[in-house]
Design a protein around this ligand. Structure first.
Ligand code: UTP
Length: 287
């Protein structure tokens, strides 16, 4: 049973400067909720009960969002806005939220390593703080957890990308005799410039065995001079099978400006009270 998840949210978010000087990119609003809130909702809907968010020293906004705000609650009570009280109390969606600080931004692998104590030797999930998934039936992470339960070995959530986009992602190298939907891997290549080994891109969701921590501890720096999670996953393949699984759903990379804009438009179009007004604006702009 996977009950614990880690959300690394300690990066600088340089693609979104200057706003990320003050607002963590995981807290950028998709209309009226931060991206992180959708990710936590997905985790809870996937059976996760305890979540460790990896933050840096300037990410206080994340903690404020999940804390009770009794002063605001009192104000809303006086105004008889009881539904709003419910709304601000449910920001954690029922999960227990914990925090730990990554003192130096040495990369995603280093961020995950900060979770070792919290994970305490169990398999666990990782959800990147800037990848939002929308799935019609089963949440993306639940799909991955179900696949993990079948194989009982580390598994990477993937999606198919175009040839053109393979250079933007960690790309999976499937074993020759492996077949879908749960694919055994023989390697992963970080952002291949040419000849990608497949079109299967690692995309923000993982279920990992705790063995990964041993490897992260002595992981040398890789691409971008950072301690890369992908590099330790590659070494994990020496001691256990690692799989990939294409998750069904729509992914929004809210760490990129265009992905963020798309998320706002799509979420707006799904909201009953906003969709007509938003559609009207979009139509008038595209005439
Ligand atoms: P990214 O590489 O997308 O995030 O890391 P970034 O470095 O913050 O953003 P850019 O590229 O400069 O715009 C993926 C996830 O890993 C976290 C980020 O917060 C993000 O959610 N991360 C990254 C850490 O927690 N610590 C790090 O040292 C690096």
């Amino acid at each position: 049973m996977i009950k614990k998840a880690v959300i690394p949210a300690a990066g600088w978010g340089t693609r979104f400067l200057p706003i990320t000087k003050a607002v963590p990119k995981e807290m950028l609003p998709i209309i009226d909720k931060p991206a992180l809130s959708y990710i936590i909702e997905e985790a809870v809907d996937s059976g996760i009960e305890e979540i460790l968010i990896i933050i840096s020293s300037n990410k206080g906004a994340i903690q404020s969002y999940f804390k009770y705000n009794l002063e605001l609650e009192q104000f809303l009570k006086e105004k008889n806005k009881l539904d709003d009280i419910k709304l601000i109390r449910q920001t954690h969606h029922g999960a227990k939220i914990f925090y730990t600080t990554q003192e130096e931004q040495l990369g995603l692998g280093h961020a995950v390593l900060q979770a070792e104590k919290f994970i305490n030797g169990e398999p666990f999930a990782v959800l990147l703080g800037d990848d939002v998934y929308v799935s019609e039936d089963k949440p993306a992470l639940k799909q991955l957890i179900d696949a993990f339960n079948e194989k009982k070995s580390s598994i990477l959530g993937t999606m198919e990308v175009s040839d053109e986009d393979t250079k933007l992602y960690g790309i999976c190298m499937p074993k020759e005799d492996s077949s879908k939907p749960i694919v055994e891997l023989k390697g992963v290549v970080e952002k291949p410039k040419s000849n990608p080994p497949s079109n299967s891109a690692i995309s923000g969701r993982y279920v990992l065995t705790p063995k990964i921590f041993e490897l992260l501890k002595n992981q040398t720096r890789g691409a971008g001079n950072e301690i890369q999670l992908t590099d330790s996953i590659l070494r994990l393949m020496d001691s256990e099978k690692v799989y990939s699984f294409d998750m069904i759903g729509k992914r929004y990379d809210i760490g990129s400006k265009i992905g963020y804009l798309e998320a706002i438009i799509d979420f707006g179009l799904k909201r009953e009270e906003l969709k007509d007004g938003l559609m009207h604006i979009l139509k008038s702009k595209t005439k």
